[in-house]
Design a protein around this ligand. Structure first.
Ligand SMILES: [Fe+2]
Length: 182
């Protein structure tokens, strides 16, 4: 009979696969973005995502398990959408707003997944694992909020004004970078 622990470990393996895929995909998103602020935000989250892979390995260990991967079809699907969006909007400043929307879809999926994992970990009585999962959950929430702030401050207006003379954020040095919540 399947138990909550089986469900937890399946979802954990799903997250492990997803984060590893994101570590590979995020440099492509950085390359596709033309907004310096967006590039820097994704770079920061890439480093965070690399640390999340290690945190997930610790969670497996806290449950007495070796890290394992479950193919995450949702991540594969959203990343495929990201590739399509990058191709469709190549050469246009609209690409930054488009990439923010893809990144936000990933974050929302991650927030839902880590929220469940943290709850289940607590129910299974593994407080150290629940604390690590809460850390990751908070990082994903902060990344999502930083994307919203950046879209409002730059990318959406850039997209709205596409075609105007001032269409490049890369050369815009006067705008302060968006700070991530701690
Ligand atoms: Fe994330």
């Amino acid at each position: 009979m399947r138990t909550l622990k089986d469900l937890f470990l399946d979802e954990l393996a799903d997250r492990y696969d997803s984060e590893k895929r994101l570590v590979i995909a995020m440099p492509k998103m950085i390359k596709a973005a033309t907004c310096l602020h967006l590039r820097s935000l994704i770079e920061t989250h890439l480093m965070e995502t690399e640390r999340q892979v290690t945190k997930l390995e610790k969670v497996f260990k806290l449950f007495g398990e070796k890290p394992s991967v479950n193919k995450c079809d949702a991540t594969i699907g959203i990343l495929a959408e990201g590739t399509e969006v990058a191709t469709d909007n190549k050469g246009s400043v609209v690409i930054n707003a488009a990439l923010v929307s893809v990144a936000q879809k990933i974050e929302h999926y991650e927030i839902a997944s880590y929220g469940c994992l943290r709850e289940w970990s607590t129910l299974l009585g593994n407080k150290p694992a629940a604390a690590l999962l809460k850390e990751i959950l908070n990082e994903e929430k902060a990344a999502n909020q930083a994307l919203i702030t950046l879209a409002r401050a730059h990318c959406n207006n850039q997209a709205l004004n596409a075609g105007d003379d001032d269409d490049s954020c890369v050369t815009d040095k006067k705008v302060k970078p968006v700070k991530r919540a701690a």
